[in-house]
Design a protein around this ligand. Structure first.
Ligand SMILES: C[S@@+](CC[C@H](N)C(=O)[O-])C[C@H]1O[C@@H](n2cnc3c(N)ncnc32)[C@H](O)[C@@H]1O
Length: 321
């Protein structure tokens, strides 16, 4: 299967429509911060023949596959192996002072989920790894075998919204004393057994939430996002646009708060006028979070939890109007 067949880009038309006004001019620069299999990027390159694309991914395998897919556009693309909070350095290295659009399509790609040996999938037996970049320092097995019960419970509760976090964490600690965890199947089985029978009937596969929580911790996903969004907004040109697609309520909350912060002035409410240079620097382009249509979710179940937020840069920070 090639990259195009393996991945259906989520909310593609909407994402293109949200970024389009910023990309229609010659030489426009779009950053795809989560290149994945290049599905969104390919659509942009096709639709905006005079735009240039900078694609980032922390997964070298994704870069390789997207690179193959985007060969027809190679004169207009630069693909970089980077974690997206490294954007300022990447732009600096490429001598790009500002960008016109940036897309974040967060989370794992369908390729990462499909490749059983990478250990993201709870339904298949594989080494307990879950690193998006296999040169990263910490695997899911390291976490499961070394974190305290309290830390494991916290991660499962916060990142997985797992109601039985404490029970699962206690069992992990008990079981790892007998033998450290090395595979996803053993962990998946443990989670299933730790959850009361009545609760197993709802909420999908019982290990889904635990695996999601470990993946977020392994890759430091929320901390990276907290650093990356302000850096991305900072890099936007006047009237540049940012689109963020999240699949998890915590990602969406970070996005919502970061975008909202830019729509407010930073001066106290009781000041009669807003001094120049302190006006809001963002305008929201979405009301609340937008969701995929039922048709899209039916055709592509991976779209089901997607939420999109977007904003336009309406003031250059530091610019005195
Ligand atoms: C949902 S996929 C993107 C799919 C893509 N929009 C497409 O249409 O093919 C997310 C991708 O982002 C990458 N990724 C996740 N977190 C990242 C980060 N902090 N820095 C760079 N890439 C990241 C993953 O490796 C994965 O390939």
């Amino acid at each position: 299967m090639n990259a195009a067949e393996r991945h259906v880009p989520v909310m593609l038309e909407r994402v293109v429509a949200l970024l389009a006004p910023a990309l229609a001019h010659p030489g426009a620069v779009l950053v795809d911060a989560t290149l994945g299999l290049g599905g969104h990027s390919e659509a942009f390159l096709r639709q905006f023949p005079e735009a240039r694309l900078i694609g980032l991914d922390r997964d070298p395998e994704a870069l390789r596959l997207a690179g193959e897919r985007l060969t027809p556009y190679q004169e207009r693309i630069t693909l970089v192996h980077a974690v997206y909070d490294e954007l300022p350095r990447v732009l600096d290295d490429l001598d790009v002072p500002e960008i016109d659009g940036i897309l974040f399509d967060l989370g794992v790609s369908s390729m990462q989920l499909d490749e059983a040996e990478r250990g993201f999938a709870y339904a298949q037996d594989a080494p307990l790894d879950m690193r998006m970049d296999s040169t990263g320092p910490t695997t899911a097995a390291d976490i499961v075998n070394t974190y305290s019960a309290a830390d494991l419970a916290r991660i499962l509760y916060q990142y997985g919204e797992e109601k039985f976090a404490r029970r699962i964490a206690d069992r992990i600690v008990r079981e790892r004393e007998i033998e450290p965890f090395t595979t996803s199947a053993r962990l998946s089985e443990l989670v299933r057994n730790a959850i009361p029978q009545a609760a197993r009937r709802t909420g999908g596969h019982p290990a889904k939430r635990t695996f999601q929580a470990l993946r977020i911790e392994v890759n430091g996903e929320l901390d990276v996002l907290r650093r990356a969004l302000p850096a991305a907004i900072e890099a936007l040109a006047l009237h540049g646009r940012i689109v963020v697609m999240s699949y998890h309520s915590l990602e969406d909350r970070i996005t919502k708060q970061t975008l909202a912060a830019g729509t407010k002035t930073d001066v106290p409410d009781d000041l009669p006028v807003i001094p120049a240079g302190h006006e809001p620097y963002l305008r929201l382009l979405t009301r609340g979070a937008e969701r995929p249509t039922e048709e899209e979710t039916a055709a592509n179940p991976r779209a089901a939890s997607a939420r999109v937020r977007a904003a336009e840069r309406v003031r250059t920070k530091g610019l005195v109007a």
